[in-house]
Each structure stands twice: as structure tokens, then as C-alpha cells.
Design a protein around this ligand. Structure first.
Ligand code: XUL
Ligand code: CO
Length: 437
């Protein structure tokens, strides 16, 4: 097969002084940071759907991207060829992982069994390419949102047959993920939500979603798949309200249904901002309940307010994210998956390289800055000091569960007034952060 990116060399680290746009300035895969290589920390992944299936159509116009390797048909042969091109790209970029939905790697057939057969035929090529290159599958997932059958939802559809279809589709996607040695499997609730409460039995839909997840956990055991399950929170889009609104909502849902030990969260930056949170807030909450699993690395646009899925280039954001990731012990089964697409006007194949290089360098800078902030220790020391009243005396006794309202009333009535508060020093801390960026 002729190379699709013949005139593009393998991307190398050339350092901050380099002016070569096809080189890394900060991402040096073998450089050690806090005792691990950058590659081990960052675990980058290419998202198949955006990088190889998204022609960048928008509500006002059709696709613009130039993809000379794609014959524009829905044939299995085209899908297999595209898979080979994808691996050529990922290999040249020097990324270790990729992620896919069943329907972006292989065309949907006229029947479910035809779709299964198409997926098998493409998975065969994916496996060959994984073996040839050493590139690994970070996670697989199923597309339960594009086909009109999912117009009311998948597991939360009012149509029980659609629930059954979704289960069959996820079962197959999970089998293929297992077959390809996938490290995880993601549930993003596509159309699991509602457009109008006038036609929705919300409680019943949530029960159905819980049943669906329980069946997935059972099936995982049945087929011997040991990868990590993730839920990917998102508050809205395509529906008005998505049931997996944010990290806290997903945690509550999983906990309420006894599923919290079976899932971690896949936090997406742009989904966080759609929920009215920062990216770091979502990571920090997930970490606080031991559910920080993986990351869909992208960014939104503060002026647009929808899921623009842009490549991450904001070093403040990547620094904040890496601070939380390092603090929580790092990514283990998960990675930084670029769930991002090039701008509609960035039409050339080479733009795919610029986009990913930029994202990788932005996270490498974030990693270095976060490690330097941690080594400096001023911010962490400040936080420790801020909570010092909990380390001894009354605070330690409350944390240990030794006291109740009666004892605390007695304590405070005797004391008369609480000790003075100390300053939160927000600007002082922001200034320290800026020293490292
Ligand atoms: C949608 C989204 C998905 C998931 C996988 O907003 O982020 O691509 O990451 O289904
Ligand atoms: Co995503």
C-alpha cells in the first residue's frame, strides 16, 4: 500500500529552540519527570472518529477535509484501508494508543449480523496493524447515537427493542475490544437523556440505564474481559439533559446502583466546561472519590458554548489537569485521548500532525510545570497549613468520629467564639502558579 503521509517524517523531539513545525518542542517521550518518562505519564491516544471519520461538516455546511486515502464509500475494503492509514499516522506521530467506536472503524450493515461481520473484518486489520506497530487500544466503545433507531436513547429508550439492540451492540463491541487487548471500555451516554419531560418517565429511564450497566458488568465477567470500564460524563448535547451530567452525577448514579467499584470516569475537558465546571474540577472530583480513570483531552471555546472538541493548547489548563493527575497517582489504565478534531478550515492531511503535536506539547509543558510546582511545594504546603486545625485537638477528634453535636455544643459554649480565620491568599497562590508557566 502506498504511504498516505509519504512526505511527512516521523515526528521527533527537537527541543524548545526548534522552529520545525513538524517536531516536538516539549514532548520528549524518554525524558524523566518525577521518576517516570513523559510517555509513561501522558499515555497519548488518537481518537479514530475525529481523526479519520470526521470530515468537519457543521450545521451550516458539508465536510471540507481532504482525505486522499478515502474513496468516500461505505465499503469494508475502504474501512480496512483507512485502518492501515490510521496506523501509519499514529506511528509517525509516535503515539502509543488509539480509541474507536464500532461504527467509525467499520460500516453499519443492513442487519445486526452484517454489522457484526463488518466489524470482524476490520478488527482483523486493526489486530494486524497493532501487532505490526506495537500501538495499543486504550479503549473501545459503541456508537449508540448516530443511527435513527437511537433517536429516543439507547438503554433509556421508551422502546424495549432498542434497549435489546443496544445490549447486543455493546456485547459485540466489548468482545472486539477484548479481542484487540483493549485496556478499557467507555460508556458515553450518547442520547441517554431527554428533550422534553412531557414525554419522559425519568425514574424509569434511570432504572433502565442502571440495568444496562449491570448487564455490561455481568457480560464482562462472562467473556473474561478484564479491562477497565469508564463512564464519560457530559451534561447536554445532543439532548437537553444527559443523565451522565458530570462527575458528581455519575458517581451518585453508580453508587446508588452498587456499580461504583466496577467503573471509573473518563473526564473530557469540553464536557466539563459545558457542565459549568472547569476541567480541573471534574478531574479533582473524580480523583476525590477514587474514580479518575482516563481523560478525553480537548478544549471548548468560551465564546461558542458547545462541544467544539478543539485540540488542547491552553497551558494553564494542561498544568491544572496535570497537577490533579500527578497528585492522584497518575494515569494507570487510562490515558490522554485526543477527542478533538481540526478546525473546519484546516483541511490538509498535514494539519492532523500540527494539531496533535500542539496537543502533545501543551500537555508536556503542563506536566513539566506541574512537576515543578510540586517540587517547589509552596502551594501544597499552603493547603496543608490551611487545614492544620484538623490535625490535632478538636479537629482530629471530629475527623475520628469521637464527637457529636452535644459535645461540640459544650466545647463551643465553654470557648465562646471560634479561633480567628487566616487568609486564603488566593492571589498569592495564583502568582506562584504563574511563576511556573
Ligand atoms: C461525545 C464524545 C464521544 C465519546 C465516546 O461528546 O465525547 O466521542 O468520547 O463516545
Ligand atoms: Co469524548
Amino acid at each position: 500500500m502506498a504511504e498516505a503521509f509519504a512526505d511527512i517524517p516521523k515526528i521527533q523531539f527537537e527541543g524548545p529552540e526548534s522552529k520545525n513545525p513538524l517536531a516536538f518542542k516539549h514532548y520528549n517521550p524518554t525524558e524523566l519527570v518525577e521518576g517516570k518518562t513523559m510517555a509513561e505519564h501522558l499515555r497519548f491516544s488518537v481518537a479514530y472518529w475525529h481523526t479519520f471519520r470526521n470530515g468537519c461538516a457543521d450545521p451550516f455546511g458539508g465536510p471540507t477535509r481532504i482525505m486522499p486515502w478515502d474513496d468516500g464509500t461505505d465499503s469494508v475494503e475502504n474501512a480496512q484501508n483507512r485502518a492501515r492509514v490510521a496506523f501509519e499516522f499514529i506511528e509517525k506521530l509516535g503515539v502509543e494508543f488509539y480509541c474507536f467506536h464500532d461504527r467509525d472503524v467499520a460500516p453499519e450493515g443492513a442487519t445486526l449480523s452484517e454489522s457484526h461481520a463488518n466489524l470482524d473484518a476490520v478488527a482483523k486489520v486493526l489486530k494486524e496493524e497493532q501487532e505490526r506497530t506495537g500501538i495499543k487500544l486504550l479503549w473501545g466503545t459503541a456508537c449508540l447515537f448516530a443511527n435513527p433507531r437511537f433517536m429516543h436513547g439507547a438503554s433509556t429508550s421508551p422502546n424495549a427493542d432498542v434497549f435489546a439492540f443496544s445490549a447486543a451492540q455493546v456485547a459485540k463491541a466489548m468482545e472486539i475490544t477484548h479481542e484487540l487487548g483493549g485496556l478499557g471500555y467507555v460508556f458515553w451516554g450518547g442520547r441517554e437523556g431527554y428533550k422534553s419531560l412531557l414525554n419522559t418517565d425519568l425514574g424509569r429511564e434511570l432504572d433502565h440505564m442502571a440495568k444496562f450497566m449491570q448487564m455490561a458488568v455481568d457480560y464482562k465477567k462472562e467473556i473474561g474481559f478484564t479491562g477497565q470500564f469508564y463512564i464519560e460524563p457530559k451534561p447536554k448535547e445532543p439532548t437537553k439533559h444527559q443523565y451522565d451530567f458530570d462527575s458528581a452525577t455519575c458517581h451518585g448514579f453508580l453508587k446508588a446502583n452498587g456499580l461504583d467499584k466496577d467503573f471509573k470516569l473518563n473526564i473530557e475537558a469540553n464536557h466539563a466546561t459545558l457542565a459549568g465546571h472547569t476541567f480541573q474540577h471534574e478531574l479533582e472530583f473524580a480523583a476525590s472519590v477514587d474514580m479518575l480513570g482516563s481523560v478525553d483531552a480537548n478544549r471548548g471555546d468560551s465564546q461558542l458554548g458547545w462541544d467544539t472538541d478543539q485540540f488542547p493548547t491552553d497551558v494553564y489548563d494542561t498544568t491544572a489537569a496535570m497537577l490533579t493527575i500527578l497528585k492522584s497517582g497518575g494515569l494507570t489504565t487510562g490515558g490522554l485521548n485526543f477527542d478533538a478534531h481540526v478546525a473546519r478550515e484546516s483541511v490538509d492531511p498535514v494539519d492532523l500532525f500540527y494539531a496533535h503535536i500542539g496537543g502533545m506539547d501543551a500537555f508536556a509543558r503542563g506536566l513539566k510545570a506541574a512537576a515543578a510546582i510540586r517540587a517547589d511545594g509552596q502551594i501544597a504546603d499552603f493547603v496543608t497549613e490551611r487545614y492544620a486545625t484538623w490535625d490535632t485537638g478538636i479537629g482530629a477528634d471530629i475527623e475520628a468520629g469521637k464527637l457529636g453535636y452535644a459535645e461540640l455544643s459544650k466545647y463551643m459554649l465553654e470557648k465562646g467564639e471560634s479561633d480567628a480565620n487566616i487568609s486564603g491568599r488566593v492571589e498569592y497562590l495564583e502568582n506562584i502558579l504563574n511563576e511556573f508557566i
